[in-house]
Design a protein around this ligand. Structure first.
Ligand code: PMV
Length: 308
C-alpha cells in the first residue's frame, strides 16, 4: 500500500486580484489534510472509496469530468498505463469542501503522489504542481494556480501567476484563527462574477486589484521583517476591497466583525468568498477567546494555526 497526505491552505492576502496577475500570499494549514491510500484490489477495476463525499464506485461508472476520475484518467494517460491495474483507492479528508481551504487541490495532490509512488513513477514537486494546475483548470474555470502551489509545496508562498514560485521567510511566527461560515460557496462562481464586473468596467476593477496587490507586497515585507502586528490593518483593508469586489457575504462580515470586537488585530475573508472561511490575526494569548467568540457568533468550526 502507498499513502500520501496534503495539507489545507489559507490565502492570507490577495485572493481574486491574483487571478489578474497581482501577488498573493498563502500558507499551508496542516491541522486539516487530505489522505490517500492506494493498494492492490482482488476485485477487477479501480475501486474508489471516499466516505466523506459518500463515494463508493468503480472508476468507469463515474462521469469523465468527475474530479477524482479526471485525476486518475489523465495520469494514466500521461504515463501510458495500459491495461489499468486493479486498485483500491481510499480518500479521506478533514478539509471542508468549497470553503476556501483548498480541499480540491489537496485531494488532487495527495492522489497524484499516492498513485505515482504506487506505480513507481517519480514525479518532482514541479511536475505534481503543474499537473494539479491542469486539473484545477478543468474544474474552476480560470484559476490562478495559487491553491495547487501552496498545497504541493506545503510552505508559505508569495505567488504571482505564471511566475516561478517564491517561498517567503517568516521573520516572526504569528497566529491566525480560521472560522468557517459553514456555507459552501464554489470558487468558480465568485471568480466568474468578478470577471463579469471586470469585463464591464476594466479600469475601475484594475484599480482595486492594484490596491490589493500593494497590500500583498507590503504584507510580505512585514512578515519577512518580523513585524506581523502590521498585518492586522492590512487584513482589514484587504477585506474592505474584497467587499467592493462583491465577494464577501453577510455571514463573513458578521464573523469578521466579531473577531475584531473580540480583540483580533485584523480580519478578512479568505479564498473565493461568499461563504467558506474567514481569518483573523490574533495575539497568541487571545486566540482561544477570539475562537470562542466566533463560535458563539455563528461559526461552524474554528482552527487556530501558526504561520511559521
Ligand atoms: O479556492 P479558494 O476558494 O481558496 O480561492 C482561490 C483564490 C481565488 O483567488 C479566488 C481564485 C484563484 O484561482 O486564485
Amino acid at each position: 500500500m502507498t499513502t500520501s497526505s496534503a495539507p489545507g491552505k489559507i490565502i492570507l492576502f490577495g485572493e481574486h486580484a491574483v487571478v489578474y496577475g497581482r501577488p498573493a500570499l498563502a500558507a499551508p494549514v496542516t491541522q486539516v489534510h487530505a489522505d490517500v491510500d492506494v493498494s492492490d484490489s482482488s476485485r477487477p477495476g479501480i475501486w474508489i472509496d471516499a466516505p466523506d463525499v459518500s463515494l463508493h464506485a468503480e472508476l468507469n461508472t463515474l462521469p469523465s469530468d468527475h474530479p477524482i476520475a479526471s485525476v486518475i484518467n489523465n495520469l494514466f494517460f500521461l504515463w501510458r498505463v495500459s491495461p489499468f491495474p486493479n486498485l483500491a483507492i481510499r480518500i479521506t479528508s478533514t478539509i471542508p469542501v468549497a470553503s476556501g481551504l483548498g480541499s480540491g487541490a489537496a485531494v488532487t495532490v495527495a492522489l497524484t503522489r499516492a498513485l505515482a509512488s504506487y506505480l513507481q513513477h517519480s514525479m518532482s514537486d514541479e511536475e505534481v504542481n503543474g499537473f494539479a494546475y491542469e486539473i484545477e483548470k478543468l474544474h474552476h474555470g480560470t484559476p490562478s494556480g495559487i491553491d495547487n502551489t501552496v498545497v504541493t509545496y506545503a510552505q508559505p508562498v508569495y505567488f504571482v501567476k505564471d511566475q516561478p514560485i517564491q517561498i517567503f521567510h517568516v521573520g516572526k511566527p504569528f497566529t491566525i484563527v480560521i472560522a468557517d461560515t459553514g456555507i459552501a460557496a464554489p470558487t468558480r462562481e465568485s471568480v466568474g462574477d468578478v470577471r463579469r464586473l471586470w469585463m464591464n468596467d476594466r479600469s475601475r476593477w484594475e484599480t482595486i486589484f492594484d490596491k490589493i496587490g500593494e497590500i500583498s507586497f507590503t504584507a510580505r515585507r512585514a512578515i519577512e521583517a518580523g513585524k506581523p502586528e502590521v498585518l492586522g490593518e492590512l487584513m482589514n483593508e484587504n477585506h474592505t476591497l474584497l467587499q467592493k469586489l462583491t465577494v464577501s457575504s453577510p455571514e463573513l462580515d458578521v464573523l469578521v466583525g466579531f473577531a475584531r470586537d473580540a480583540g483580533a488585530l485584523g480580519a478578512k475573508l479568505s479564498g473565493g468568498g461568499r461563504g467558506g472561511n474567514m481569518i483573523a490575526l490574533v495575539e497568541p494569548e487571545n486566540a482561544e477567546a477570539v475562537s470562542l467568540s466566533l463560535m458563539a457568533a455563528s461559526a461552524k468550526n474554528t482552527i487556530i494555526t501558526q504561520i511559521a
